[in-house]
Design a protein around this ligand. Structure first.
Ligand SMILES: CC(=O)N[C@H]1[C@@H](OP(=O)(O)O)O[C@H](CO)[C@@H](O)[C@@H]1O
Ligand SMILES: [Mg+2]
Length: 530
């Protein structure tokens, strides 16, 4: 471990420049083995830096049911990663004692290794070495998307110890085909039009190709773009680039009203986009996917006369008009949490059916088993009308397409495609459900981003105390203005978000707020000017 380097288990595990990070991965292998002994179940370890540039890498731990590592263990992970080499054994002992870990229990880890990245082989090796130091048996599943690893882990711990990647394809391909069969029954000539998917030159390209093969080209027409043959991972492409830059991946020739989608590097984010008739770029982000899912579920619940509590969970990054649409026009319950899918997921579980999405395209649907049973039973209930049973059946099949453990770009893509088919919608009808407020994201470098503390699900700054009044004053100047700032959990920056009635005003507001952060929050380097 290099001296004077501090890392922390952030929004999505440890992430940073891959060189010199082996010690973090080695220690996370150890921690995973300990957690496995405690939980008496396999623990997943994912090696990825998601949407970050190729020179970065990262590691995150996955809990037994495929959920994110329990928050109480994040601080243990941070402490273990930061001690010096000679304090390591002492720190491990402390964790073992404080968590009462039965060392004699066997432990299993399921590791996914991304051989595509030059750094990943040695880093994955470091995880395996760390885990073996505690005698863990490791199943190395090779190259997988993040959601595939979550899925495999959940199945494995559910008793299916032979589960593998193929199982994933069979499961979701047959779920999708079953729903499409049912929805095309009511159509004379079901049409499939192609959807072009930018896979960010990441692992998703090969995996999506396999999934599409299992479904069949006569049912879904997927064109893979940025398959990693030539381009660099996440460079000028991928879901994060498209969302933040609000433009298509480099080199993609777009046609008006065709459907385009982007995954991020580890395929847990999905964004759609298209061009309108004037060739304006139209983004259909996580908010719009959530709105499509939630209204589809709500409509079918209604048609099936099933009474369940449906909620949508957003973060402060959700576009103001998506929130207005869902609350005021659709009457759907909304909750807001801090950034980071673990918070959204946790909140989603408090509803019978929870639809959560970050605006950047990471999201899924949670539904508890009891509610799922209720929906399945309604599909065969002789006391219901044929129409009610049909809606219940569609809802059941739709929920089968969803990877409930985590946001999954491939499953979410199938779910969007199925809804559009069912509704006979092109991308045009979908994007018109509401019009987004123009918005802008920016980053500000400060000496120490930890001095910024936020509250109210990150919508207000608490410290430094001068900052929120300054933001409020700026926001007041712009019609439909809204802005907030927060320290990033994955990068050494403060993030700024602004929206307003016009793009110019949103840009202006983002600029002014960035300067306020720079001036009041201890900015370093060049003043943020854009
Ligand atoms: C504005 C934004 O997109 N933030 C992302 C980003 O977190 P930050 O804490 O903002 O760096 O990465 C997270 C992990 O992928 C993701 O959950 C989150 O939504
Ligand atoms: Mg990702």
């Amino acid at each position: 471990k290099p001296d004077n380097v501090r890392v922390s288990y952030g929004t999505a595990g440890f992430r940073g420049n891959a060189s010199g990070m082996e010690y973090v991965f080695f220690r996370m292998g150890m921690l995973a083995a300990l957690r496995s002994k405690l939980k008496e179940a396999a623990i997943g370890v994912m090696v990825t830096a998601s949407h970050n540039p190729e020179h970065d890498n990262g590691v995150k731990l996955i809990d037994p049911q495929g959920e994110m590592l329990a928050q109480s263990w994040e601080s243990l992970a941070t402490a273990l990663a930061n001690v010096t080499n000679d304090q390591l054994i002492e720190q491990l002992k402390q964790i073992i004692d404080s968590q009462k870990i039965p060392l004699s229990n066997t432990s299993f880890n399921i590791v996914r290794l991304n051989v595509k990245k030059p750094s990943s082989l040695s880093l994955s090796r470091a995880v395996l070495d760390g885990a073996s130091a505690f005698g863990a048996t490791c199943h190395d599943h090779g190259l997988l998307t993040t959601p595939q690893l979550h899925y495999i882990l959940a199945c494995y711990n559910g008793g299916d110890i032979k589960v593998d990647e193929e199982h994933y394809y069979q499961n979701y391909a047959s779920a999708f085909k079953a729903l499409l069969n049912v929805v095309s029954l009511c159509k004379l000539n079901p049409v499939t039009s192609p959807v072009t998917v930018d896979c960010a030159n990441g692992v998703g390209a090969a995996k999506l190709t396999k999934l599409a093969e299992r479904i069949g080209a006569n049912i879904i027409d997927i064109v893979v773009y940025n398959d990693g043959q030539s381009g660099k991972l996440n460079e000028n492409c991928g879901a994060d680039y498209v969302k933040v830059q609000q433009r298509a991946p480099a080199g993609l020739n777009m046609e008006p009203f065709h459907r385009y989608a982007s995954f991020d590097g580890d395929a847990d984010r999905l964004i759609y986009y298209t061009l309108d008739s004037d060739c304006n770029f139209i983004l259909l982000d996580g908010d719009k996917i959530a709105a499509l899912f939630a209204t589809y579920i709500r409509d079918n619940l209604k048609k099936a006369s099933i009474n369940l509590r449906l909620g949508i969970i957003q973060t402060a990054y959700a576009n103001g008009n998506s929130t207005n649409f869902l609350i005021n026009q659709q009457n759907i319950e909304i909750a807001c949490t801090p950034t980071g899918v673990k918070y959204l997921h946790e909140k989603a579980l408090t509803f019978d059916i929870g639809v959560y999405f970050e605006a950047n395209g990471h999201g899924t649907i949670t539904v508890n088993q009891e509610c799922k049973n209720k929906i399945s039973a309604a599909a065969f209930d002789p006391n219901k009308s044929a129409e009610e049973r049909f809606a219940a059946k569609k809802l059941k099949l739709f929920l089968d397409i969803i990877n409930q453990t985590v946001g999954d770009a491939m499953c979410d893509l199938l779910a969007v495609e199925a809804i559009l088919q069912d509704k006979n919608w092109s991308v045009k009808e979908w994007y018109r459900i509401y019009t987004e407020l123009p918005n802008r994201q920016a980053k500000v470098q400060v000496a120490d981003r930890r001095i910024i503390e936020t509250g109210d699900a990150e919508r207000k700054v608490i410290l430094p105390s001068m900052l929120q009044p300054a933001i409020d004053e700026l926001v007041r100047k712009y019609p439909s203005g809204r802005s907030f700032v927060r320290p990033s959990g994955t990068e050494d920056v403060v993030r700024v978000y602004a929206e307003a009635n016009t793009q110019e005003n949103a840009d202006d507001l983002a600029q002014q707020v960035s300067l306020a952060v720079y001036n009041i929050g201890g900015g370093v380097g060049k003043k943020p000017l854009f």
